[in-house]
Write a protein that binds this ligand. Sequence first.
Ligand code: PLP
Length: 464
Amino acid sequence: MPPCDFVPEKYESYPYERMQKIREQNIAPSLRTYYKKPLLLHQGHMQWLFDHEGQRYLDLFAGIVTVSVGHCHPKVTMATQKQLARLWHTTNIYMYPAIHEYAEKLTSLFPDPLKVVYLTNSGSEANDLAMFMARLHTRNFDIISLRGGYHGGSPYTLGLTSLTHYKHGVANGFGCTTTMLPDVFRGPWGGSHCRDSPVQTVRKCSFACLAKDQYIEQFKDTLNTSVPKTVAGFIAEPIQGVNGAVQYPRNFLKEAYQLIREKGGLCISDEVQTGFGRTGSHFWGFQTHGVVPDIVTLAKGIGNGFPMAAVVTTKEIASSLAENLHFNTFGGNPLACVVGAAVLDAIEEDGLQKNSEDVGTYMLLELAKLRDKFEIIGDVRGKGLMIGVEMVTDKDNRHPLPAEEISQIWEDCKDMGVLIGRGGLYSQTFRIKPPMCITKSDVDFAVEVFCTALQRHVERAAAK
Ligand SMILES: Cc1ncc(COP(=O)(O)O)c(C=O)c1O
């Protein structure tokens, strides 16, 4: 494990067993924990986490793609402490410096005409509001999303979220329609030149590389059959997050945006996971597709773990909401705005977008070597530090590796000190989305651990 001179405080809270009991009795059971024996995490420092026994872990999942600049980043912590002593809260019915300073700073990172921000508390709330704005502004109702997408768990956004295990069989999703996911690895069309990633699929190209056109035909089919002549909008993540870093063919989003605009709809980019430099080449994921959305939603990395989120849009679209009152007590409160501003400073001062590109590309290429070595790695994909490693029974049939086999590899990585996320319809994809401050030597360590876990899997399979 790479050295780290940070010494965690001594753990002084309840014993592990008592925590487990509280969990069983007093915490909603819908909140599930990772791992057979869930970790009790006690402290964080940049890319490192420490459990109650002082064991150190390399965090490759960042609290689900949320700790953008590093756990307890000193600059963010200091700015927050300063603001804590000055003013915690007053709503936006008054003026206070933090919201103005932050609004100016955040919107300066967007191209024209995306210059107006509405601050919220979570990604679901941001997407709720984006849907609401699109409907109000266009006076249309229907919104289209891609299958496999996750856009939130609120009753409104559940209609956009298209993953069975988040659906609950209650009435929801009025006016929401999903369309085929242009997944160039697992979908019906794809090949070895389609996506914007240093690593392409191992698939042979189908139809002389016309995967994008085939998927656009499916998109048109949805527009022709499942929605009225005019729509309120279309929402997509630039790279699907929860579904396991799924990437679309180049130019797919560009053409889809055009088709939606022809139907009077607005295009919403859900940057909850892809924003703030994580994809490396650009600050926002939509820029990697050469499009300018009408509405952009932000959360997770925006606050490095502080509960805050945002909707950025044009003045014209935002004005539709101003025809009546729309209020939010906590959105844009002074603490949140100070945290948000310090996160933006840290990204800039620590060079984290460039680090995402350099370290992310290095990691993708190292993982691609493992894919070539192990039959059960079907795909390595992503951009910057938004990486997916999809596990299969073999590369030709692309059937997902059985869950219990994937889980054992994942548990082994954890036992060797590396925390990785899971995603995909069958939980078949390892998600690697660490704090953007990780280094190449962290990557070397993680890849070595992953390789060891895969070798152990091969040995277990051979012994059966
Ligand atoms: C792409 C995307 N959009 C929206 C959300 C919802 O954000 P929140 O959990 O903050 O409500 C998530 C959460 O995982 C997400 O990944």
